[in-house]
Design a binder for this molecule. Structure first.
Ligand SMILES: [Fe+2]
Length: 503
């Protein structure tokens, strides 16, 4: 039995039509929808009708639940609530009766489906970090668990260690002793910096899972949205630059046949390679001897100076300050090992526990800088966490202006990958969004965004822990990477564990 598993259609008829066409081309036995047929998008009735005609099994999503009065709309932010009210007016009573009957969990042979986490499916908790996935694995015994809700495709794998870990979306086959919690992504509101609709094909007998990406008519969706009168902010993916759309695989592998001159031919070539290696080793030995001599000479000079009773000058204090105007750059993380923090939260030992210090353009914090779109009504402060490291406290009374937290730039070696991460605590956010990404500046000065994560309604979240790695190594030498966390919101939030990590 082959299943197509879709989720989070969100009133986007263009995306659903494209996905249904793709599914038809592949050929499946049954179609399962993990919820959120409506909300955000401009065509809720058409999408519900289309889904009803093709989907075999439905599960309730949080937006559907509000329409059926099974969830209090107060759990949404103000903007999302307005869109839900708008959606409700465009659906008839049968629609809400349909949502009223939908189950929260569906169990098949060796697999189970829910909209969000399994431990409390009616709570619609988000699964962003590995620790949050553990209760879902505990709540059900099936080897495959499928969810949507976060709009970010990928999977958590639970193996012999007993600790789930996150993997980017990659097709895979079942392995004995492992369990999988698979996020199928979103059809109608992608939030993984990819403008295509996501869904999954699941072959139950073979235990194969395939992640699918399908382009859809974005201009048509824009037209629908404009005509509906819904705010554009209800569809954040439209802000994504289409030029950032991932290149086709055939371009990413960068295949070309080797030229004849690149072949290692005949024994003569092998011999010449061996002789070059011998010469390299010899010159390395010479360098080592020179370094030892230099060390001995400098030690003798210091001993002589001390014997004369002179005092050497203290080394100039390292300037470890980084300002908005002049963020110095860290170089040569090529020497770092995988897992090392290239930039992290500095220790703030001089802070009292719980002490809060404001940061503005005159204040400094190691490796970090801040820009406020509206300094009158926005601020960033630093407090000392229990681990002795800095935390950011970000507050804004102006949701139309951005707050940016950026790190100093690091230089990555060819083919090296990096991960950006943060842990975000919602303290008192009324509305707005946040985005985490790394900004890559190539040697020729061109700038592009990599490994971005976005949450479009901070008010919906108690906690957000994005961890996002570049999907491929950097191809050029001399490029630099900078960590960027952007907020545009109203309220106050705390962020800790901001780091750029070598992968
Ligand atoms: Fe959703």
């Amino acid at each position: 039995m082959r299943y197509a598993i879709i989720s989070d259609l969100h009133g986007n008829r263009q995306a659903l039509k494209a996905v249904l066409t793709d599914i038809r081309g592949i050929g499946v036995d049954q179609l399962i929808c993990l919820g959120d047929c409506v909300g955000y998008g401009p065509r809720p009735a058409e999408v519900l009708e289309l889904a009803y005609a093709h989907v075999h099994y439905f599960i309730l999503g949080n937006h559907d639940a509000v329409i059926a009065d099974r969830l209090n709309p107060d759990c949404f932010g103000e903007n999302a609530r307005k869109v839900i009210d708008w959606t409700r007016e465009r659906l008839d009573a049968k629609s809400s009766q349909f949502f009223a009957r939908m189950p929260l969990v569906l169990c098949g042979d060796g697999f189970a489906c829910a909209h969000a986490q399994f431990a409390n499916p009616g709570g619609f908790g988000y699964l962003f970090e590995a620790a949050a996935a553990a209760p879902s694995f505990d709540a059900f015994v099936e080897q495959f668990l499928f969810v949507g809700h976060s709009h970010v495709p990928g999977l958590f794998v639970l193996g012999g260690s007993g600790v789930p870990h996150w993997l980017e979306p990659l097709d895979f086959s079942r392995e004995e002793g492992k369990r999988y919690l698979i996020n199928v992504g979103s059809v109608g509101q992608p939030r993984d910096r990819d403008l295509r609709a996501s869904y999954v094909i699941f072959d139950r007998e073979q235990g194969d899972v395939f992640f699918r990406k399908v382009p859809f008519d974005i201009d048509g969706y824009r037209d629908d949205l404009r005509r509906s009168g819904l705010p554009r902010t209800s569809s954040c993916f439209l802000d994504l630059d289409e030029r950032l759309r991932p290149r086709p695989l055939r371009e990413m592998v960068d295949f070309r046949p080797a030229r004849r001159s690149e072949f290692v031919r005949r024994e003569r070539d092998v011999r010449s390679l061996e002789s070059s290696l011998r010469q390299l080793k010899k010159s390395n030995r010479r360098l080592l001897v020179l370094a030892v001599c230099a060390f001995l000479i400098s030690s003798a000079a210091v001993a002589w100076a001390l014997a004369r009773g002179g005092r050497s000058e203290p080394a100039a204090e390292l300037d470890s300050s980084w300002t908005v105007a002049a963020l110095q750059e860290l170089v040569e993380p090529v020497l770092a090992r995988v897992g090392d923090e290239l930039v992290g939260m500095p220790a703030v030992d001089d802070f009292e526990a719980g002490e809060l210090r404001p940061i503005d353009e005159d204040n400094r914090l190691l490796h970090w800088a801040f820009t406020l779109g509206d300094p009158e009504s926005q601020r960033v402060a630093v407090e000392r966490g229990e681990d002795g490291r800095a935390h950011f406290v970000v507050a804004s009374r102006n949701p139309s202006q951005k707050i940016r937290i950026v790190s100093s730039a690091v230089e990555l070696g060819r083919e090296q990958r990096a991960q950006v991460r943060a842990t975000f605590h919602n303290c008192a956010v009324e509305s707005g969004f946040a985005e985490l990404y790394s900004e890559y500046t190539a040697a020729d000065g061109t700038v592009r965004r990599l490994n971005a994560s976005m949450v479009d309604n901070l008010a919906d979240l108690g906690r957000w822990s994005p961890r996002s790695a570049t999907s491929e190594g950097l191809r050029e030498d001399g490029g630099r990477l900078r960590y960027v966390l952007e907020f545009q919101f109203q309220g106050e939030a705390r962020v800790r564990d901001c780091a750029l990590v070598l992968r």
